[in-house]
Design a protein around this ligand. Structure first.
Ligand code: FAD
Length: 535
């Protein structure tokens, strides 16, 4: 099979155009082309009046070898790589130990699935509830302000990305095509086929919920076991080797192989592992606000008269600005046609994040707009100091919002002018349970406020209307990535604790659903190989 890349066609091309483009590119007769498959489809919207679709195509042709030789120097005509996943191990019969996965977010889900597929009968422990129950608790908090600290946006089956935009792309290097395995498993669990080929796939919240249920059933069918409402409270160590776990119901579980996939919000678990002497380090993360605009404004700005075209969908953006004070401000986790959500897992704190449905049809676009901070500059000393800083900012937001889980908010124009907001403009807030208009500059350190005040007008040069007076800022965005890194060696084990495999976002090895899933696969492979070696 040959892979052709960078085949560009107009947005409104007709059905035959792809075949014709292949024939033209390879200078072959139409009969020589047997079939083609769209491997990826992206777009180039830099010229709004002439938006292009950009295809990567896998094709079957006569004389494949001859054509490859003829186009040897053309980097856009190559042999299609084999992206099918190949298992690295299979459990032998003498293996009786069951590996344990802590956390059932995307990382734990894929670690558990892969271990089950390789025959290792994993036990998966998840502090939160199964996804339907969790959905009730999470929506309950958004509607009635009753927070369940073990079942919320951060904790429960599916992990942090369950109530999300479900973006499924990442910039991690993936030479072994693990990302394809993640996407393929999602499609088998009911995700739309298009996630296999669009360049920026997303699935939205409700589809994710049903997919996760199917994947859970698959793991169980393959011999895995999943225990919900089961928090790991202690890790037993013997001479630097994991020997077992204490669970929140008091049970002791013996195991020498543990994937630690607890996400970035497991602050009590981070505290526990640090106290046990498991090596952790503070790492940079970012803080800021959610920004909301009308989605129609973003669509218009990015796509001009092509706004609303179903192939393009709701427009997104990605923005970066390097500020005079040395800080960098960037957009993060942009959710087209979505809503801002209350994402705290702890009482007396307010945290924002964003989600959407598959249709991305809500009236507002939202995105985190955040400033990078680092341990050296902003929270030196203790490896867990980043958590203290997050908590402080989240508490300030809670108080500024009225101490009832309303989020503090401010119109962009007022924020830039340094004056408290009193009335909403055109953009209606989507955050529930509610917002309180105020002066957001009180919630973040001055350097961050200065950086945001410089960056927002700068972003207006790329997206006209971005600094509109009526846009809305809501705070505070603190759970952008893990504030710690749990260092591991090339065998994927903690650098000072054998048998512990820190993985996913909480350990500092992923940032997003896809990369967390990929890291879960890698951790499962490492566990499987170690178990076989020691069997
Ligand atoms: P998590 O998903 O955080 O999962 C960790 C799990 O471990 C949790 O379920 C938790 O309950 C459990 N756990 C924690 N401690 C313990 C313990 N002691 N014992 C047992 N269980 C424990 N990413 C994207 O790529 N695209 C998006 O569109 C997107 N949108 C998002 C929207 C929201 C609202 C949020 C909150 C996040 C979003 N993200 C998105 C980020 C993404 O969700 C995370 O990067 C990803 O979920 C990380 O996966 P993980 O498995 O490493 O950790």
């Amino acid at each position: 099979m040959i892979r052709l890349t960078e085949i560009k066609l107009p947005l409104d091309h007709d059905e035959d155009a792809i075949g014709q483009a292949i024939v033209n590119k390879l200078k072959i007769q139409p009969e020589q082309l047997h079939s083609f498959n769209v491997f990826k489809r992206g777009y180039d919207a830099r010229k709004k009046s002439a938006i292009l679709l950009i295809y990567t195509l896998d094709i079957e042709v006569d004389n494949e070898a001859e054509l490859l030789a003829a186009f040897e120097k053309d980097q856009h005509v190559k042999v299609a790589p084999d992206t099918n996943y190949k298992f690295v191990a299979h459990a032998s019969e003498n293996i009786t130990e069951r590996p344990v996965v802590i956390g059932f977010g995307p990382c734990g889900l894929f670690a558990g699935l892969l271990l089950a597929q390789m025959g290792f009968n994993p036990i998966i422990l998840e502090r939160g509830k199964e996804v339907r129950e969790r959905t009730k608790d999470t929506f309950g908090f958004w509607r009635k302000r009753t927070l369940n600290t073990e079942s919320n946006v951060q904790f429960g089956e599916g992990g942090a990305g369950t109530f999300s935009d479900g973006k499924l792309y990442s910039q991690v290097k993936d030479p072994k095509h693990y990302g394809r395995k993640v996407i393929t498993e999602f499609v088998e669990a009911g995700a739309p086929d298009e996630i296999l080929y669009v360049s920026k796939p997303h699935i939205g919240t409700f589809k994710l919920v049903t997919m996760i249920e199917k994947m859970r059933a698959r793991i169980i069918e393959l011999g895995g076991e999943i225990r919900f409402s089961t928090r790991v409270d202690d890790i037993h160590l013997d001479d630097g080797q994991v020997t077992g776990l204490t669970l929140s119901n008091g049970e002791q579980l013996n195991t020498r192989h543990v994937v630690l996939a607890v996400g970035h919000s497991a602050r009590d678990t981070f505290d526990m592992i640090h106290k046990k002497g498991i090596y952790v380090e503070a790492k940079p993360f970012s803080v800021g606000f959610r920004i909301e605009h009308k989605q129609s404004m973003i669509d218009e700005c990015r796509f001009g008269t092509n706004a609303g075209n179903p192939i393009l969908g709701s427009a997104d953006y990605k923005l970066v600005h390097h500020c005079d004070n040395g800080r960098t401000v960037y957009s993060f986790c942009m959710c087209p046609g979505g809503t801002v959500v209350a994402a705290t897992s702890e009482k007396g704190r307010v945290v924002t994040n964003g989600m959407s449905q598959y249709s991305r049809s809500e009236r507002n676009a939202n995105s985190a707009i955040v400033v990078g901070i680092s341990p050296e500059q902003d929270f030196p000393g203790n490896p867990l100091a980043g958590i203290d800083l997050q908590r402080k900012l989240e508490e300030q937001a809670y108080e500024l919002g009225g101490s009832n889980y309303d989020a503090p908010a401010q119109l962009i124009g007022d924020f830039l002018k340094g004056k408290s907001s009193e009335n909403l403009g055109e953009v209606q807030p989507s955050y529930t349970p509610g917002i309180k208009l105020t002066d957001l500059s009180k919630v973040l350190p001055q350097f961050a406020i200065d950086a945001l005040r410089e960056a927002i007008p700068a972003f207006n040069k790329q997206i006209r209307g971005f600094s509109t007076n009526d846009g809305l800022l809501t705070g505070v965005e603190t759970r952008t990535s893990s504030p710690i890194s749990i260092k591991r060696d090339k065998t994927f084990q903690s650098i000072n604790t054998k048998g512990l495999y820190p993985a996913g976002e909480g350990a500092g090895y992923a940032g997003g659903i896809l990369s967390a899933g990929i890291d879960g696969i890698k951790a499962a492979e490492a566990v499987a190989l170690s178990m076989l070696e020691n069997a």
